[in-house]
Design a protein around this ligand. Structure first.
Ligand SMILES: [Zn+2]
Length: 301
């Protein structure tokens, strides 16, 4: 039997709840398994890290010569629901919707994106999609479900990183942030023989300290401008129903552009994703296409 953590507002109520509102409400559902890691731990990674197996939810920091932490600006760490004193320089997206000029936040064609997989629920979505889309995957899920990860690749979808284990990055030390990114990249290297080019922070939690580290990895930050709040279907939040989500989609269809945040980590959110897909249709783009970037996944053998 696998054990799972469901990361959501309900479980982190001590952090999140204020006046009954979920403060860290930017896309916060992850289904994470810590056992049964199936991707073999590669020899090159064993040599490099002196480890013999994939880490658990708290991956160790491994220094990299191309990551210079002295270049990272010093801003206060903060926790969910605990926003830093407003500073344009810190530029928190989760607190103040602040975005950097390099962040991708929208698309000129209304397009879906999916976070938190790969997961067993992902398969049903892959069956239905008739266009290419973007999946932001967790490293720990990638090594747990390498077959599903391969299915995503085989169908030509774009894969981005969503960290190793879905931590709230602004609350972590620089070293812990590096660990979340490097292990997610190694999971993708080892499972799919490729490097990611795009990164989406869990909970949309990012400030300029986190951004500085992400940029040193050569990753482009991808956020969103249209949130389905589909994860609330899992937490049985009475303030978000499937009907309301589909009503929003009808409104968004009118404007014809935008980047929609959804989740493929659970069957409930995949069910609604399929309905959303039927409403929007197949005229959608990957993140690379949205920004006119070269749309390929760099694979090596
Ligand atoms: Zn997520």
């Amino acid at each position: 039997m696998k054990k799972y953590n469901i990361i959501n507002c309900a479980l982190l109520a001590g952090f999140f709840l204020e006046n009954g509102e979920c403060l860290a409400s930017k896309g916060s559902t992850a289904l994470i398994g810590e056992e049964d890691m199936q991707t073999p731990f590669p020899e090159w990674l064993a040599e490099f890290t002196n480890l013999t197996q994939w880490p658990g939810l708290d991956p160790p920091y491994v220094p990299l010569d191309y990551i210079d932490l002295t270049e990272v600006p010093e801003f206060d760490r903060y926790y969910p629901g605990e926003c830093p004193n407003i500073s344009r320089e810190q530029c928190s997206f989760d607190c103040y919707n602040c975005v950097d000029v390099d962040d991708v936040t929208s698309c000129f064609k209304l397009s879906q994106t999916f976070d938190d997989g790969p997961a067993p629920a992902t398969e049903a979505l892959l069956e239905k999609l008739r266009h290419r889309t973007t999946f932001f995957v967790l490293g720990i899920n990638t090594v747990n479900y390498p077959d599903i990860y391969e299915h995503i690749l085989e169908r030509g979808h774009l894969l981005g990183s969503h960290t190793w284990s879905h931590e709230f990055l602004p609350s972590l030390s620089n070293e812990e942030i590096v660990a979340q990114i490097e292990w997610s990249i190694w999971a993708m290297n080892a499972t799919g023989n490729h490097f990611p080019k795009y990164f989406r922070p869990p909970y949309g939690a990012i400030d300029n300290r986190v951004r500085a580290i992400i940029k040193q990895f050569g990753l482009t930050v991808v956020l969103w401008d249209l949130d389905t709040f589909d994860w609330k279907l899992i937490t049985n939040d009475q303030f978000r129903t499937e009907e309301q989500i589909l009503e929003d989609i009808e409104v968004w269809k009118e404007q014809e552009n935008g980047l929609i945040l959804e989740h493929d980590g659970a069957h409930r959110t995949v069910d609604v994703a399929i309905k959303i897909n039927e409403l929007i249709g197949n005229d959608q783009l990957t993140i690379a296409e949205c920004i006119g970037d070269v749309d390929y996944i760099e694979r090596y053998n």
